[in-house]
Design a protein around this ligand. Sequence first.
Ligand SMILES: [Zn+2]
Length: 261
Amino acid sequence: MAQDQMMPPSMYCRKCGYQLAGLSENRCPECGRPFDPSNPRTFLRHPKGWRVRQWLRRIAWGLLALAVASAIALAVTIAVLHSRWKAQDRAITAIRQAGGRVSIDTPERSLALPILFGCRMNRGFNPGPAQYRAGLLGRRFAYLNDRAVEVLLFNGPLVVGRNRVVVYDAWQDIPVDDAWLANLRNLPYVMSVLIASTEMTDAGLEHFRGMGSLHTLFLRCPRVTQSAVDQLQRSLPRANVKTLRQPPASAPASAPQSGGG
Ligand SMILES: [Zn+2]
Protein backbone atom coordinates (compact mmCIF):
# COMPACT_ATOMS: atom_id res chain seq x y z
CA MET A 1 0.00 0.00 0.00
CA ALA A 2 2.75 2.40 1.00
CA GLN A 3 4.63 1.58 -2.16
CA ASP A 4 1.55 2.40 -4.28
CA GLN A 5 1.33 5.82 -2.75
CA MET A 6 4.99 6.54 -3.46
CA MET A 7 4.55 5.71 -7.15
CA PRO A 8 3.74 8.77 -9.25
CA PRO A 9 0.10 8.55 -10.46
CA SER A 10 -0.14 7.59 -14.14
CA MET A 11 -1.79 10.50 -15.96
CA TYR A 12 -2.11 11.15 -19.66
CA CYS A 13 -3.64 14.08 -21.51
CA ARG A 14 -7.23 13.41 -22.58
CA LYS A 15 -6.68 15.35 -25.80
CA CYS A 16 -3.23 14.37 -27.09
CA GLY A 17 -2.12 11.48 -24.84
CA TYR A 18 0.95 13.29 -23.49
CA GLN A 19 2.26 11.93 -20.18
CA LEU A 20 1.39 14.42 -17.45
CA ALA A 21 2.98 12.97 -14.28
CA GLY A 22 5.59 15.08 -12.52
CA LEU A 23 4.79 18.38 -14.22
CA SER A 24 5.06 21.61 -12.25
CA GLU A 25 2.06 23.14 -13.99
CA ASN A 26 -1.41 21.50 -14.30
CA ARG A 27 -1.52 22.09 -18.04
CA CYS A 28 -0.47 19.82 -20.92
CA PRO A 29 2.83 21.19 -22.36
CA GLU A 30 1.98 19.59 -25.69
CA CYS A 31 -1.54 20.85 -26.45
CA GLY A 32 -2.23 23.27 -23.57
CA ARG A 33 -5.24 21.37 -22.16
CA PRO A 34 -5.62 21.99 -18.39
CA PHE A 35 -6.07 19.11 -15.94
CA ASP A 36 -6.62 18.63 -12.21
CA PRO A 37 -4.63 15.81 -10.52
CA SER A 38 -7.36 15.57 -7.83
CA ASN A 39 -10.08 15.04 -10.46
CA PRO A 40 -9.62 11.77 -12.42
CA ARG A 41 -12.13 12.94 -15.03
CA THR A 42 -9.67 15.52 -16.35
CA PHE A 43 -6.98 13.03 -17.43
CA LEU A 44 -6.54 9.43 -18.64
CA ARG A 45 -5.17 6.64 -16.42
CA HIS A 46 -3.55 4.89 -19.40
CA PRO A 47 -2.09 6.11 -22.70
CA LYS A 48 -4.57 6.63 -25.55
CA GLY A 49 -5.69 3.43 -27.24
CA TRP A 50 -4.30 1.41 -24.34
CA ARG A 51 -7.36 -0.80 -23.98
CA VAL A 52 -7.45 -1.57 -27.70
CA ARG A 53 -3.76 -2.41 -27.68
CA GLN A 54 -4.25 -4.57 -24.58
CA TRP A 55 -6.99 -6.56 -26.33
CA LEU A 56 -4.98 -6.86 -29.53
CA ARG A 57 -2.07 -8.16 -27.47
CA ARG A 58 -4.31 -10.75 -25.79
CA ILE A 59 -5.76 -11.86 -29.15
CA ALA A 60 -2.28 -12.12 -30.64
CA TRP A 61 -1.09 -14.28 -27.74
CA GLY A 62 -4.22 -16.41 -28.07
CA LEU A 63 -3.67 -16.90 -31.81
CA LEU A 64 -0.02 -17.76 -31.22
CA ALA A 65 -0.95 -20.33 -28.56
CA LEU A 66 -3.58 -21.78 -30.90
CA ALA A 67 -1.10 -22.01 -33.77
CA VAL A 68 1.52 -23.71 -31.58
CA ALA A 69 -1.07 -26.17 -30.20
CA SER A 70 -2.33 -26.94 -33.72
CA ALA A 71 1.20 -27.50 -34.99
CA ILE A 72 1.94 -29.86 -32.10
CA ALA A 73 -1.35 -31.75 -32.62
CA LEU A 74 -0.65 -32.07 -36.35
CA ALA A 75 2.92 -33.28 -35.75
CA VAL A 76 1.72 -35.89 -33.22
CA THR A 77 -1.04 -37.07 -35.61
CA ILE A 78 1.42 -37.41 -38.48
CA ALA A 79 3.91 -39.27 -36.27
CA VAL A 80 1.27 -41.73 -35.02
CA LEU A 81 -0.18 -42.32 -38.50
CA HIS A 82 3.28 -42.71 -39.98
CA SER A 83 4.44 -45.32 -37.47
CA ARG A 84 1.19 -47.24 -37.97
CA TRP A 85 1.58 -47.03 -41.72
CA LYS A 86 5.16 -48.34 -41.59
CA ALA A 87 4.13 -51.37 -39.56
CA GLN A 88 1.05 -51.86 -41.73
CA ASP A 89 3.10 -51.63 -44.92
CA ARG A 90 5.42 -54.41 -43.72
CA ALA A 91 2.40 -56.59 -42.94
CA ILE A 92 0.81 -55.91 -46.35
CA THR A 93 4.05 -56.88 -48.09
CA ALA A 94 4.25 -60.09 -46.05
CA ILE A 95 0.63 -60.97 -46.88
CA ARG A 96 1.20 -60.47 -50.60
CA GLN A 97 4.42 -62.48 -50.52
CA ALA A 98 2.55 -65.33 -48.86
CA GLY A 99 -0.02 -65.24 -51.65
CA GLY A 100 -2.79 -63.54 -49.70
CA ARG A 101 -4.88 -60.52 -50.55
CA VAL A 102 -5.44 -57.28 -48.70
CA SER A 103 -8.27 -54.83 -49.13
CA ILE A 104 -7.10 -51.25 -48.65
CA ASP A 105 -9.62 -48.59 -47.83
CA THR A 106 -9.84 -45.00 -46.60
CA PRO A 107 -11.70 -44.05 -43.42
CA GLU A 108 -15.17 -42.88 -44.28
CA ARG A 109 -16.58 -42.40 -40.82
CA SER A 110 -14.48 -39.34 -40.11
CA LEU A 111 -14.01 -36.88 -42.95
CA ALA A 112 -11.38 -34.82 -41.13
CA LEU A 113 -8.43 -37.07 -42.00
CA PRO A 114 -9.14 -37.43 -45.75
CA ILE A 115 -9.81 -33.69 -46.05
CA LEU A 116 -6.57 -32.87 -44.25
CA PHE A 117 -4.27 -35.54 -45.66
CA GLY A 118 -5.98 -36.69 -48.86
CA CYS A 119 -6.90 -40.26 -49.66
CA ARG A 120 -6.30 -43.20 -51.95
CA MET A 121 -8.41 -43.19 -55.09
CA ASN A 122 -7.91 -46.82 -56.08
CA ARG A 123 -9.11 -49.01 -53.25
CA GLY A 124 -10.04 -52.62 -52.79
CA PHE A 125 -8.04 -55.84 -53.01
CA ASN A 126 -4.39 -55.47 -54.04
CA PRO A 127 -5.11 -52.22 -55.90
CA GLY A 128 -1.63 -51.89 -57.38
CA PRO A 129 0.42 -48.67 -57.54
CA ALA A 130 -1.27 -46.16 -55.31
CA GLN A 131 -3.13 -43.20 -56.77
CA TYR A 132 -3.93 -40.44 -54.34
CA ARG A 133 -6.14 -37.41 -54.18
CA ALA A 134 -4.53 -34.46 -52.45
CA GLY A 135 -5.83 -33.09 -49.16
CA LEU A 136 -5.25 -29.67 -47.62
CA LEU A 137 -1.65 -30.66 -46.85
CA GLY A 138 -1.01 -31.72 -50.43
CA ARG A 139 -0.54 -35.24 -51.72
CA ARG A 140 2.56 -36.23 -49.79
CA PHE A 141 0.72 -37.39 -46.65
CA ALA A 142 -2.20 -39.14 -48.38
CA TYR A 143 -0.67 -42.61 -47.95
CA LEU A 144 -1.11 -42.19 -44.18
CA ASN A 145 -4.82 -42.78 -44.69
CA ASP A 146 -4.35 -46.18 -46.29
CA ARG A 147 -6.00 -48.77 -44.11
CA ALA A 148 -5.80 -52.49 -44.55
CA VAL A 149 -9.32 -53.49 -43.49
CA GLU A 150 -9.69 -57.01 -44.85
CA VAL A 151 -7.21 -59.86 -45.22
CA LEU A 152 -7.78 -63.04 -47.22
CA LEU A 153 -5.26 -65.78 -46.50
CA PHE A 154 -6.44 -68.35 -48.99
CA ASN A 155 -6.43 -69.01 -52.70
CA GLY A 156 -9.77 -69.18 -54.30
CA PRO A 157 -12.39 -67.37 -56.30
CA LEU A 158 -13.42 -63.96 -55.18
CA VAL A 159 -15.86 -61.83 -57.11
CA VAL A 160 -14.82 -58.27 -56.44
CA GLY A 161 -17.20 -55.51 -57.26
CA ARG A 162 -20.29 -53.85 -55.95
CA ASN A 163 -21.51 -57.17 -54.59
CA ARG A 164 -18.30 -58.84 -53.50
CA VAL A 165 -18.69 -62.58 -53.03
CA VAL A 166 -16.25 -64.82 -51.23
CA VAL A 167 -16.86 -68.39 -52.33
CA TYR A 168 -16.29 -70.20 -49.05
CA ASP A 169 -16.48 -73.70 -50.49
CA ALA A 170 -13.58 -73.19 -52.86
CA TRP A 171 -10.93 -71.95 -50.46
CA GLN A 172 -7.48 -73.39 -50.97
CA ASP A 173 -4.70 -73.35 -48.41
CA ILE A 174 -2.03 -70.75 -48.01
CA PRO A 175 0.90 -72.08 -45.97
CA VAL A 176 0.92 -69.53 -43.16
CA ASP A 177 2.07 -70.84 -39.80
CA ASP A 178 1.63 -69.59 -36.23
CA ALA A 179 4.82 -67.48 -36.23
CA TRP A 180 3.91 -65.82 -39.55
CA LEU A 181 0.55 -64.73 -38.17
CA ALA A 182 2.34 -62.24 -35.91
CA ASN A 183 2.42 -60.03 -39.03
CA LEU A 184 -1.30 -59.41 -38.61
CA ARG A 185 -0.69 -57.66 -35.30
CA ASN A 186 0.65 -54.73 -37.35
CA LEU A 187 -2.76 -54.09 -38.90
CA PRO A 188 -4.45 -51.77 -36.42
CA TYR A 189 -7.55 -51.19 -38.58
CA VAL A 190 -8.24 -54.69 -39.83
CA MET A 191 -11.89 -55.68 -39.55
CA SER A 192 -12.08 -59.00 -41.33
CA VAL A 193 -9.59 -61.87 -41.58
CA LEU A 194 -10.26 -65.11 -43.46
CA ILE A 195 -7.70 -67.90 -43.23
CA ALA A 196 -7.32 -71.35 -44.76
CA SER A 197 -4.17 -73.02 -43.52
CA THR A 198 -3.27 -76.55 -42.51
CA GLU A 199 -0.21 -75.24 -40.66
CA MET A 200 -1.93 -72.90 -38.26
CA THR A 201 -2.64 -74.25 -34.75
CA ASP A 202 -4.22 -72.90 -31.57
CA ALA A 203 -1.00 -70.95 -30.89
CA GLY A 204 -1.69 -68.86 -34.00
CA LEU A 205 -4.97 -67.68 -32.56
CA GLU A 206 -3.13 -65.92 -29.76
CA HIS A 207 -2.07 -63.20 -32.22
CA PHE A 208 -5.70 -62.10 -32.56
CA ARG A 209 -6.16 -61.46 -28.87
CA GLY A 210 -6.50 -57.73 -28.26
CA MET A 211 -7.36 -56.92 -31.89
CA GLY A 212 -10.18 -54.58 -30.99
CA SER A 213 -10.96 -53.59 -34.58
CA LEU A 214 -11.81 -57.16 -35.62
CA HIS A 215 -15.39 -57.88 -36.73
CA THR A 216 -14.94 -61.21 -38.43
CA LEU A 217 -12.42 -64.02 -38.15
CA PHE A 218 -13.32 -66.99 -40.32
CA LEU A 219 -11.03 -70.01 -40.17
CA ARG A 220 -10.64 -73.15 -42.17
CA CYS A 221 -7.69 -74.53 -40.27
CA PRO A 222 -8.05 -78.22 -39.34
CA ARG A 223 -5.42 -78.07 -36.60
CA VAL A 224 -7.19 -75.28 -34.71
CA THR A 225 -9.43 -76.75 -32.01
CA GLN A 226 -12.97 -75.59 -31.36
CA SER A 227 -12.18 -74.90 -27.70
CA ALA A 228 -9.44 -72.44 -28.72
CA VAL A 229 -11.91 -70.76 -31.08
CA ASP A 230 -14.48 -70.50 -28.29
CA GLN A 231 -11.88 -69.08 -25.94
CA LEU A 232 -10.88 -66.40 -28.46
CA GLN A 233 -14.56 -65.60 -29.08
CA ARG A 234 -14.99 -64.91 -25.37
CA SER A 235 -12.06 -62.49 -25.36
CA LEU A 236 -13.38 -60.73 -28.50
CA PRO A 237 -17.10 -60.46 -27.68
CA ARG A 238 -17.83 -57.97 -30.48
CA ALA A 239 -16.22 -60.10 -33.18
CA ASN A 240 -17.61 -63.13 -34.97
CA VAL A 241 -15.03 -65.92 -34.66
CA LYS A 242 -16.09 -68.93 -36.68
CA THR A 243 -14.72 -72.22 -37.97
CA LEU A 244 -15.87 -73.08 -41.48
CA ARG A 245 -16.41 -76.67 -42.49
CA GLN A 246 -13.85 -78.38 -44.69
CA PRO A 247 -14.64 -78.85 -48.35
CA PRO A 248 -15.29 -82.45 -49.45
CA ALA A 249 -11.92 -84.18 -49.94
CA SER A 250 -12.88 -85.41 -53.40
CA ALA A 251 -13.94 -82.02 -54.73
CA PRO A 252 -11.34 -80.66 -57.13
CA ALA A 253 -11.17 -76.91 -56.54
CA SER A 254 -10.50 -76.07 -60.14
CA ALA A 255 -13.26 -74.25 -62.00
CA PRO A 256 -14.65 -71.50 -59.79
CA GLN A 257 -18.41 -71.55 -59.99
CA SER A 258 -19.98 -68.57 -58.35
CA GLY A 259 -23.41 -70.21 -58.55
CA GLY A 260 -22.61 -72.75 -55.85
CA GLY A 261 -22.75 -72.18 -52.14
ZN1 LIG B 1 -2.22 17.46 -24.46
